[in-house]
Write a protein that binds this ligand. Structure first.
Ligand code: TMP
Length: 214
């Protein structure tokens, strides 16, 4: 089974991913973890290029193709081998991010992103996608607070620095995806502390795991 986490900046999705991986491993599952962009040695090099705030001139199409380059490598190196061993895969972002950020917010459109997905990844899709939803202003405030004290986070701030309207379009993009694929993409209320949000996450993952086993 392949599970992905999605969300706008500072939504808390990476914290939820960590909590889920811990819970799954404690329950005896073998879990491969992936991050987009990133997830492999090559992917992390691509991530550095993509997120560097100095690269303000990057064209939307370059951004899109680099996102898929990282993902194609992760599919070959991490995701497909793990699924064929029968392990679980949990990914911090996947193609729904490209739909929301490059398709909706940058304006490239969903059709173009879906065509690029088919080219790079064929029919590979998560079985379950948890989209952690939080008002954009709240998430951006969290992300900026995190960046202030952290040199690494500052070096990856190119998207955090986009205007509020960009992030509002990302959130609207996620809602559109969830409406189109309500079975796979579940919106999770990201408000409250991480333990409260994790209860909502687990309430969706646990039944999906049993369904997948039967
Ligand atoms: P992160 O903050 O979740 O590590 O993600 C890195 C940034 O990259 C985040 O701002 C969202 C952006 N992104 C895209 O624009 N398109 C994509 O396809 C992916 C995977 C991430």
């Amino acid at each position: 089974m392949f599970i992905s986490f999605e969300g706008t900046e500072g939504s808390g999705k990476s914290t939820q991913l960590k909590l889920l991986v811990e819970r799954l491993r404690a329950s005896g599952y073998k879990v491969a973890v992936n991050q987009e962009p990133g997830g492999t040695v090559i992917g992390r090099e691509i991530r550095r290029v993509l997120l560097d705030p100095a690269h303000a001139e990057m064209a939307s199409m370059t951004e899109l193709l680099l996102m898929f380059a990282s993902r194609a490598q992760a599919a070959a190196e991490v995701i497909l081998p793990a699924l064929s061993r029968g392990d679980l895969v949990v990914s911090d972002r996947f193609t729904d991010s490209t739909l929301a950020y490059q398709g909706a917010a940058r304006g490239l459109g969903f059709d173009l992103v879906r065509n690029a997905h088919r080219l790079a990844l064929g029919s590979l899709q998560p079985d379950l996608t948890l989209c952690i939803d939080l008002p954009v202003e709240e998430g951006l405030a969290r992300a900026r607070h995190r960046n202030e004290g952290n040199q690494m986070a500052r070096s990856e701030a190119r998207f955090d620095q986009q205007c509020l309207d960009f992030h509002l379009r990302v959130r609207a993009g996620y809602r559109e995806i969830a409406e189109a694929e309500p079975e796979r993409v579940r919106i999770v209320d990201g408000s409250g502390n991480s333990a409260a949000v994790f209860e909502r996450v687990w309430a969706l993952v646990e039944p999906a795991l049993s369904e997948n086993r039967s």
